[in-house]
Design a binder for this molecule. Structure first.
Ligand code: GAP
Length: 511
């Protein structure tokens, strides 16, 4: 399966097995808005729990928050979103398709980088063990040419966007000969800025109503509650406030399934530190977050850091953790050193002090902030696309299996009576009742046992327990492991311990 085929398969599998549906599908759906089905909602919840456990419950100095989606409109003036939360858009006059100008240029640069990687791979094959990739990248004119052009393109784009020189961004698109993928033409409009916030009216009549925004990030709910939490929780710097929740952005280009949505969920943590110590904590959180990802076992080679060329209006350092999605390496999580920008801006706009008295240095100050921000839906897509496998078995048949990390699987255990008679369903239901106390389990008696195993492979169920006639004689069942397909016979009384060892979050969280 190539990457395109894999991506199509992920989308169709997500629908067929109740993970993700197009929103309002019976009315032909809405672009970039999705609903999570019976298995999707469980997987999503488990990812959220894994994050919450690691970030909040395993850090003495981080606490949670659940702030409202609607916030006072001045919040967004202070945060800079009203003036600066824009994407540069450009239309192709022939296809009438709208694009993000920066994405067109990033894709162009990425293709150049891929060409350089290909040259390196070819050379590695040619030179064998003696190949020194770093040296080759530095000295090979073709590779250097590709990389220089990619870097120059990104740097010029970043400068154009930072300076508000949109004419130069358009000139760059034209100079690089970038064509519309639909019409193939280079007939572009000017580049314009487009604000991504959704606005709506609050109040019963349009006259008396005021304009409010659906929050485009959850972070501002944390900033405006900074003192509430610090005071009531008697928090001492450094400390963090974390929350998960919906965010809304009127994305210009909504594509790649749940990668870029208009309604999505974020998991964010703001870590408040002493001014001057933010770089230390920025490095700390980069390290901690990549570890959290790699613990899932989706393959270390599927992650990389990308330092931002163009910093957001609030940041003095920023990096993305990128994941190797079926459409290439793309941002999964952002780690930003946000300085004191937000708290200072809220002080200014609200007229209230948002300062901390640091007893260790006997000083009042506005704390600096290091943020970790990850999209829950993107994390879901990363897991789904890395986990979906087509395997050819020893007997030549094939199976589709979703090798999601066992601790995150939507259904942890399937309890299956071999037959629908002879008292086997009753024993199976007793086992189910006991295991249900700890895990999300399913009872399934329909179809032949092999078909039932396949059904559970497809939704990633780590363990299938089969109750057969021998169970009646010696209280033992078979336990089938999703990944190895090995079956072992174990006593019913030992089920809980064996299953816990396989699917507990503990193994992911320990390090
Ligand atoms: N508070 C900082 C912030 O919101 P961001 O880089 O704009 O930073 C953080 O977003 C994360 O939210 C991203 O790394 C991504 O995982 C997720 N995200 C952003 N826009 C998204 C969208 N339209 N659809 C799905 N996830 C999105």
């Amino acid at each position: 399966m190539n990457q395109d085929e894999l991506f199509k398969k992920v989308i169709s599998h997500a629908k067929e097995y109740g993970f993700i549906f197009q929103s309002s599908e019976i009315y032909d759906g809405m672009q970039a808005i999705y609903d999570y089905g019976q298995n999707g909602v469980e997987l999503k919840k488990n990812i959220r729990d894994y994050w919450w456990k690691a970030m909040v419950q395993m850090h003495e100095n981080i606490v949670g928050l659940d702030s409202a989606i609607f916030m006072h409109p001045t919040t967004w003036k202070a945060s800079g979103h009203v003036d600066a939360f824009n994407d540069p858009m450009i239309d192709n006059k022939d296809s009438k398709k709208r694009y993000r100008a920066d994405v067109l240029l990033e894709d162009y640069a990425e293709k150049l980088r891929q060409k350089a990687d290909k040259e390196c791979a070819k050379a590695a094959k040619r030179f064998g063990e003696s190949f020194d990739e770093a040296m080759f990248r530095e000295t090979n004119p073709r590779v250097k040419g590709y990389m220089d052009e990619a870097n120059e393109t990104m740097a010029r784009m970043a400068k154009g966007l930072t300076d508000g020189n949109l004419e130069d961004v358009k000139a760059l698109i034209e100079e690089k000969g970038i064509a519309c993928p639909i019409s193939g033409s280079k007939n572009w409009t000017e580049v314009r800025q487009f604000n991504l916030m959704f606005a709506t009216q609050m109040g019963s009549t349009a006259d008396g109503a005021s304009e409010v925004y659906l929050r485009p990030e959850t972070a501002q709910g944390i900033f405006v509650n900074f003192l509430n939490v610090q005071k009531t929780g008697r928090m001492k710097i450094p400390f963090g406030i974390a929350q998960t929740g919906k965010a809304f952005r009127n994305e210009i280009v909504a594509r790649q399934f749940i990668f870029r949505m208009r309604e999505f969920e974020q998991m964010e943590m703001q870590f408040f530190v002493r001014p001057g110590e933010e770089m230390k904590w920025y490095e700390y959180w980069k390290e901690a977050r990549i570890k959290w990802h790699k613990a899932l076992g989706l393959g270390d080679e599927n992650y990389r850091f990308h330092d931002h060329d163009k910093l957001a209006h609030y940041a003095n350092a920023a990096a993305d953790i990128e994941f190797n999605f079926p459409f290439g390496f793309k941002e999964l999580e952002g780690i930003h050193s946000r300085t004191d920008f937000d708290l200072k801006a809220h002080e200014e706009f609200s007229g209230k002090k948002l300062q901390y008295f640091d007893p260790e240095i006997n000083k009042n100050y506005v704390p600096y902030v290091v943020e970790t921000s990850i999209g829950l839906d993107r994390m879901f897509l990363a897991i789904l696309s890395a986990a979906l496998k087509e395997e050819t078995l020893e007997d030549g048949s094939s199976r589709t299996v979703l090798k999601v990390p066992m601790a995150l699987a939507p259904v942890k255990v399937a309890v299956l009576p071999l037959l629908k008679k002879d008292g086997l369903p009753e024993i199976a239901r007793d086992i189910l009742k006991e295991l249900q106390l700890d895990h999300n389990c399913q009872y399934d008696e329909k179809d032949a046992i092999g078909k039932r195993y396949r059904r559970h492979d497809a939704i990633g169920t780590p363990v299938c327990i089969t109750v057969d006639h021998q169970t009646k004689e010696d209280d033992s069942v078979t336990l089938r492991n999703r990944d190895t397909m090995q079956q072992e016979r174990i006593k019913i009384k030992d089920l809980a311990t064996t299953i816990n060892a396989l699917i507990s979050l503990k193994s992911l969280l320990k390090d």
